[in-house]
Design a protein around this ligand. Structure first.
Ligand SMILES: Nc1ncnc2c1ncn2[C@@H]1O[C@H](COP(=O)(O)OP(=O)(O)OP(=O)(O)O)[C@@H](O)[C@H]1O
Length: 288
């Protein structure tokens, strides 16, 4: 159980921090994760994976397979029914400013300006900072997402894309060890989505940020990720037994890191990779 300490679980701290293969040495280690909402029908079980420091991992799968549930457990916002999550050698036991989370719907405080929304997070992260330090830090991250002109506007005065940018700036501004993104561009139109994908790609490449991101968009995953986890849904087998969902495959994106949206389809290996992922989603993600 997530709530059980290593000592309660009968493990020493060293044993608890020592992962089983295949995640040995990874910055984020997910071991034997399972989540049950409906007894006898776990959403997923035995989920094991690792994310290396500086790696960008996308998870893709059909609605309901449990992606958001996994992300919430990684964020410390939900408890797994089974298994453990370790980040940087320590078990995740609750929310922390070491992890920056961005949801599909920005979750900004509507009564605060862009500046105050981000400053609120920065002040929580570094409570001893002077006002001038906070101001400089906030302005730096708002500039990074191209929103300096909107610093003193409230969320209601911004477009959907701008609000999502503020959410991303806020997550980056706390300089988390890991960024957790739940379909951050899902609610945006294609044009805005493309622009923000490019911005995210540039910021992540510069900062070497470790990222775990949920997406439904195969091209988005190929553009951004070093690796894509393919998640299958839980399914009732012909004999009536329930097989929980889980990670079916981990697919390396073996394309040059210098990718652009416009040039993606010209990269050797792109179509094979895309077809492989689409084929999984069409024929294998729900298969009994
Ligand atoms: N708090 C909850 N109580 C009961 N069932 C839940 C709860 N949260 C999630 N579920 C169920 O768990 C399953 C997985 O949900 P989850 O949101 O993780 O899926 P998802 O893969 O992220 O889906 P989507 O792509 O649609 O966001 C769904 O069947 C959902 O109904």
């Amino acid at each position: 159980m997530m709530s059980m300490s290593p000592v309660q679980a009968g493990l020493t701290a060293t044993e608890a921090a020592a992962p089983r293969s295949p995640t040995t040495g990874a910055f984020l280690q997910v071991q034997g994760l399972g989540r049950v909402f409906q007894p006898g029908r776990p959403v997923f079980a035995d989920v094991d994976f690792g994310v290396a420091r500086g790696e960008f991992v996308c998870i893709i799968g059909h609605s309901g397979c449990g992606k958001t549930t996994i992300l919430n457990v990684l964020a410390g916002l939900d408890e797994a029914s089974e298994g453990h999550v370790f980040m940087d050698g320590r078990e995740v036991r609750g929310p922390s400013l070491e992890r920056g989370v961005v949801f599909q719907n920005h979750a900004l405080m509507p009564w605060l300006t862009v500046r105050r929304n981000i400053a609120f997070a920065v002040e929580s992260r570094w409570p001893r900072w002077s006002r001038a330090q906070v101001v400089a830090h906030v302005e730096k991250y708002v500039a990074l997402v191209g929103l300096s002109a909107a610093l003193d506007k409230k969320p209601s005065q911004l477009s959907g894309g701008m609000k999502q940018r503020v959410g991303i700036a806020r997550a980056f501004a706390i300089e988390p060890k890991m960024l957790l993104l739940d379909e951050p561009f899902g609610a945006l139109d294609a044009l805005t989505r493309g622009t923000i994908q490019d911005e995210l790609l540039a910021i992540v490449q510069r900062s070497q940020q470790t990222v775990f991101m949920i997406t439904h968009d195969v091209d988005e995953a190929i553009l951004l990720a070093d690796r894509v986890l393919l998640m299958r849904n839980g399914v009732e087998l012909p004999d009536g037994q329930w097989r929980p969902g889980g990670i079916a495959e981990s697919v390396q994106v073996a394309l040059p890191r210098e990718r652009t949206r416009a040039g993606l389809h010209r990269l050797p290996g792109y179509y094979e990779l895309r077809n492989h992922i689409v084929d999984f989603l069409v024929s294998r993600a729900h298969a009994a």
